[in-house]
Design a protein around this ligand. Structure first.
Ligand SMILES: Nc1ncnc2c1ncn2[C@@H]1O[C@H](COP(=O)(O)OP(=O)(O)OP(=O)(O)O)[C@@H](O)[C@H]1O
Ligand SMILES: [Mg+2]
Length: 319
């Protein structure tokens, strides 16, 4: 039975119910996709994650997506927006992000034939006014000066945005929603040293996120489906093998690197292009990225054993 979720008050837009692919969750989408609707990419949705995201949308709560690198936080939001035809603006936060990048700034403009200054609205201003979804990617990399300005926008149920340049206060559109991601939020804060440029999220900011969606790495079966949707023509036995390595290394207490879904997809694409699952494909996609000599040793050992490979050599037998 399809679950109802994501009901929003109706405005002049035409809304349709959309059952999110691979799940039984129904959310409200737009009948006609918007110019700012993200492009659809290969993606395998997870029932639980979509249920949680739909609940955040239904309750008008800001959702913080946490989890290790490359587990699918960004694409979960963008691909859900793509399924729904919803406009979604992504801000890649970093130490250089300024308030004016989000809200807008005064720019020279010709007004009635004379050069003057006019307010040029930033993407966040447009999103608040027009009811887009916004996604603050890597919010733990933004400076507190920037995140502080976001507080009124994050006020669930009473979102406003003040534009000092024009004196205007914009009321948030009923479709406006906020998502953010961070590698180091909450229990992962102890890993901050591995994510250069991140800082602690101040508790006033984190407290304004009504919901935290934890996106860990998926089960081995689900990861196989995720990788396969990127390399549909690759022999699934190869995909099974690379996902088995990831599952094995993630469980290995002597291996400390995040083994991401992203790197598995890269590995599978290299195998497909070279038509070989030899040691070199593993070196190109995985081994050379491992900074710790111990991790490299553990990974090599697992690959050589599971793939029955000769180091620097061809595979002895097909998977
Ligand atoms: N559920 C999924 N189905 C198919 N592909 C996926 C899925 N989740 C992630 N991927 C793929 O894995 C890669 C990493 O995903 P994404 O960028 O969303 O991860 P992330 O958690 O935001 O990573 P980071 O923390 O580095 O920003 C992308 O190529 C994406 O297409
Ligand atoms: Mg991301």
């Amino acid at each position: 039975m399809a679950k109802k979720a994501g009901k929003l008050p109706s405005t002049e837009r035409e809304y349709v119910d959309v059952v999110i692919r691979d799940t039984e969750v129904t959310m409200q989408g737009l009948a006609t996709p918007h110019t700012y609707t993200p492009e659809k990419k290969p993606f395998r949705f997870n029932q639980e994650q979509v249920e949680e995201l739909a609940l955040a949308v239904e309750l008008d709560m800001n959702a913080m997506l946490t989890g290790p690198s490359g587990c699918g936080k960004t694409q979960l939001v963008l691909q859900t927006a793509a399924e729904l035809g919803r406009p979604c603006v992504r801000f890649n936060c970093n130490g250089e992000t300024r308030v004016s990048h989000l809200t807008g700034q005064m720019r020279p403009a010709m007004v009635e034939g004379a050069l003057s200054l006019a307010f040029n609205a930033g993407d966040l201003t447009v999103a608040v006014r027009e009811g887009y979804w916004v996604f603050f990617d890597e919010i733990d990399m933004a400076s507190p000066n920037v995140t502080g300005v976001l507080h009124p926008v994050l006020e669930e149920g009473n979102r406003t945005m003040h534009i000092p340049e024009t004196g205007e206060t914009i009321k948030g559109h009923s479709d406006f929603r906020v998502f953010a991601s961070g590698n180091t939020v909450g229990y992962r804060a102890k890993h901050r040293a591995r994510f250069a440029g991140t800082g602690p999220l101040n508790s006033a900011l984190l407290g304004r996120f009504g919901m935290v969606i934890a996106c860990g790495y998926p089960s081995e079966e689900e990861e196989i489906e995720r990788v396969l949707c990127h390399v549909p023509d690759l022999n699934p036995l190869y995909v099974n093998s690379v996902c088995r390595i990831a599952a094995t290394l993630r469980k290995d207490k002597s291996f400390h690197t995040d083994f991401s879904t992203r790197s598995l997809i890269q590995w599978a694409r290299i195998i497909e292009a070279r038509n070989k699952d030899d040691f070199r494909s593993f070196e190109l996609a995985i081994l050379r990225k491992l900074e710790s000599a111990t991790d490299a040793k553990v990974a090599k050992k697992a690959v050589v054993k599971l793939f029955a490979l000769e180091e620097d050599g061809e595979k002895e037998s097909k998977p």
